[in-house]
Design a protein around this ligand. Sequence first.
Ligand code: IPE
Ligand code: IPE
Ligand code: MG
Length: 239
Amino acid sequence: MGTDIPVHVGIIMDGNGRWAQARGFTRSQGHLEGLKAAKRIVKAASEMGIRYLTLYAFSTENWKRTADEVGFIMSLVKQYLRGELDFYRENRIRIRHAGNAAGLPSDIQAELASAAADTGDFEGMQVILAINYGGRDEIVRALRRLAASGKMAGADLQALTEGDITASLDNPDVPDPDLIIRSAGEYRTSNFLLWEGAYAELCVSPKFWPDWTGEDLAAAIADFRGRDRRFGGALAAGN
Ligand code: IPE
Ligand code: IPE
Ligand code: MG
C-alpha cells in the first residue's frame, strides 16, 4: 500500500528563536538562518516534484512580538522575494501569497505583488507564502467576499455549500494540503490552514527550523507515504 508523494505540503517553520537562544545568538540571527533553511527546502521540494508548498512565515498573531523583531522578519521577506527571483525563473517556480495583504506594510505588499506577477506564468512548483496569515482571518475574509457577492442573503444562504466557502479563500485553485509539517516540536496548528487542512496528515519534528535540510523534508514525506488516509471512510479490507 502506501500513498504517493503529497501534492501540497504546508510547513509551519517554527523554532528560529529557540535555535538562536541555544547558541547565545539573537532572535534575528535565528530568523536569518531560518530564511536559509526556507531556501534549502524550496529547492528540495521542487526537486522532489512537490506541486504546491505553503510556507507559514508570519501569522496574524505574530504582531504581538516587538516592533524590532517584526521589522526584521519583514525585511527578510523582502530580501527573500528579491534575492530569489533568478532562482524562481530558472526553476519555473510561481510565487503566491496567502493572508491578509491589506494589513501588511505597503512595501511588502508591493514586493509580494511584483513577485507574483513576475512568476505568474511559471508552471513549476507553486510556493505560497503565508504572511500575515491566520486561518480564522482567512475564513472571515472569505465570508465577507461571499456576503459581498450576495450569496449569503435570503434563499441563497440556505443553498450555501462548503464549496462556496472554499471558492472564496485566498487561493481557491490550490488543492487542500495533504501534509502539514511543523518543526520545533509543538503539537498545534497555530492558526495555519484551518479550513484547508481538515484532512491533512500531520508531521511534527523536534528539529528547529534553521537546522532543516532536504533530508528532513524527505523523511517527513516518507512518513506521509506510509500513512493510511481514510477521509472518514473505512478500511478497504477486513471487518
Ligand atoms: C518561527 O520561529 C518564525 C516565526 C514565527 C516568524 P519563532 O520565532 O516562533 O521561534 P521560537 O518558537 O521562538 O523558537
Ligand atoms: C507559528 O509559530 C507561526 C509561524 C511559524 C509563522 P508561532 O511561534 O507563532 O506559534 P506559537 O506561538 O508557538 O503557537
Ligand atoms: Mg515559535
